[in-house]
Structures are given as C-alpha cells and as structure tokens.
Design a protein around this ligand. Sequence first.
Ligand code: PLP
Length: 433
Amino acid sequence: MMPRAPQRPTGDDRAERDRASAAPEVPSFTLPPCPPAPIVYADANSTLPQAPEVTAAVAAWSGCANASNSHHTGGLAAHAAVEACRAHMASWLRVPPASLTFCSGATEANTTLLRGLALKLAEGGAPRVIAVSDVEHASVLETARALEAEDGFRVIRIPCDATGVVGVPQLRAALERAPRPLVVAIMHANNETGAVNPIADLARYVRGELRSYFMVDAAQSLGRLPDVHPAALYADALTFSAHKFGGPKGVGVMFSQDPGLWRPLLRGGPQEGGRRAGTENVAGIVGATLALDSALRNRAARTEALAARSRALWSSLMSAMTVAGLPAPKLLGPPIEASGARLPNTLLIATGAACNAKLLAHMNTHAGVAASVGSACGTSSHSASHVLLAMGVPREDRRGVIRISLSDRTTDAEVDVIVRAIVAGVAAQAADS
Ligand code: PLP
C-alpha cells in the first residue's frame, strides 16, 4: 500500500492549534481561609496539632536547598539536617540509622513495605501468600487487595476478638491450616477502638514458628505506648507517621531490619539509598524529628495523665447520661480498666444516638467540639466501619458510634465540655425521634 501523503493543515486546524497554545484564562487564586482552631479538640487520632516550636522549625527549613545536591553549601546543609534527623530518630528507636527510610506518611510506608516485601520475597518462586488482620488501616487492606487482584497473591485474613484485639489464638487459628505466608501484617494499636495488639507475642509466633516476615503499623502507638521500637516489638518492619505524634502531615518513616529486602514503590533518583526515590521533604523531616523527641520525653507520665483523663471522661459520661434519662453508653474495644490493652487517649463510644454524623455535627456547632467517627451513620454493612464489623458489634449499636481521642493538651474543663456536648447531642436526637 502506498503511504498517504501528509495532509496540508486547513484553516480550521490552525485555529484549533492557536486556541490550544493561547494562555488559559485562569482567575486569580484566592487561598481558602485557614479554619479557626476548634474550641475543644478531641480528634487526636486523626491528627495531633503541631506544637509552635515544630511549626517554627518547619517554616525555617521550608525554603532550604535540595538535600540531594552536594555541590553547594545549601544542599550540603540540607543533607546534613536529614542525616542528623535520621540518626536522632534511630537512637530513640534503638536501630541503625540506615534501617530508617523517610517517605510521605504511613499510607505510603504501609503500601511500600507490604507490597515491596511480598513481591521481593516471592521472587524465588515461593507460594504467593500474605496475611493481614481484619482491623488494619485501609492502606494495608487495600494494598493486600491489590496484591490479590493484580499480582496473584492469596490473602489470609486474621480476625479480632469482640474487643477488637488480634491475639495469638486468632492468629494461630487463621494460619494453622493455611500455607505459610511470606509476610504477616498486624497493627500495633487500632485507630478507631484504641485496642492494642500483643505484638511481641504475635511476633514470636510469626517469626519464630512460621518463619515469616512480620510487619507492624505503629502509626497510633509511637509516642503513646511504652517501648514502641523494633527490639521490644520483635518486628521485621515498622511504619510510623509524623502527624500522629505532633509532626507535620506528609512525613512517614519506614523501618526495616533488612532495607534491601523490599522492592521500592517509587523509582527514580538515588534518594534514601534508592529505597524511596524523590526529593526529601527536609522541613517535614526536621519537624517530625522535633515532634518525636518531644513525644518520647516524659512519655510515661504523659501516658498516665491521658489514661486518667479518659477514665474520668468515661465515668462522667455514664453518670451524665443516667442523670439525663438517656440509655447508658457502651464502650467499644477493650474495657476501660484494661490499661495495657488500650491506647490511653481513645474512647470509641456507642452513644445510642440514631446517627453519629448528626451527633458530631451537633457537638461541633453547639459546643465547638471536634471529634470523629470510624464511619458515617447507617446500619448497612456498606456504611459500618470494617473494624466494627470485624468485632461483631450488633447492628443497633453501630449507628451512633463516635470516637473521642484526647491529646496532652486536653484539660479537665474540656473533658466536661465534651461530656455535656455528647449528652446534649444524644438528647436532641432522642427528642426528634
Ligand atoms: N495507619 C494507621 C493506624 C492510621 O491511623 C493512619 C492514619 O489515620 C495511617 C496508617 C495513615 O497515615 P497517613 O495519614 O500518614 O497516611
């Protein structure tokens, strides 16, 4: 066949090209206003507000040079700051600095490590099997789903008990008759319930008996629980997120015993030893390190104070609901007195309200309280949180569930405001029904 002669551009083509190359008419940009701080912040598990000194350090470093540039003093200073931060974090975590890799948050850390370990370990032709608990964060569950759908992995799910804890009995039962998983992922503390899993015991089974890799999402536990470091938890891989312990959003840390044993997710430049390509977020890493330092100094005293405040809130809420003639609230997750099995700051409460979203809106509008929820109101299995479903929380208790997560800055007076706001919000819905 003869090749077709190129067609001469017509007037229409030229007009189309002119239109495409003309500068777009973009309206001038107006930054949306920064929202005022809530009067009472009870959503620490979502993100912990930054301390002023962290904000100041982030601002000071935000215009710094690229840490990969070794040809001028600015680049060398930025690189030195990143390495000083890595070394300082490593000393808190009692690990070699080279075992820590900076990234954009726990979502990236979980995705990278679960996927990267699974793909690398399967390279020799080992059966493609991984195991994850039912209560993991979406970043783990969705990565597992993608490994199943796109890479031919079988995913074994490990259930929790009725309080949301994943214990050795659940792990053994799920894995006893299954093929050996290459990687097992179980989080340290759950973001919704605050349930703390017995990681070292789980690790002994996974690493000691199964000889599988054990990965732990410690996003909610670092800075809140004692001994959150790889030696105490006996974990091969650990992930953290700076904004959960008072650092900036968009900074995560991956720990791996063997940093060469996972396939990188992001490829490109040689940053982070080739394990995570992309220009390092120097200001974020500096802020994360300062925040970690302050979260881990005097941690024990702060944890005890938080636990006492949460217990006070719970007992005051129970009395206030009774006084108001409302049904007693239920605490979901481990019992309040089981201090070792729960995060000190987290209360997941079945309030008895018909709709949790309306309750939270009422609390926010009428009392300035910022609290949160695992999922929006509704009783269908589509809208209930996967954690409540995994715990087997009955349908009628799933609708009015809210999460109160306190920070070190929460005062006794604020606890009173939170209690009154919950009671008023539940009463308002009861009156409407
Ligand atoms: N893992 C847990 C347990 C979390 O609570 C969160 C955040 O809510 C994440 C992972 C994701 O962290 P990031 O916001 O840094 O992506």
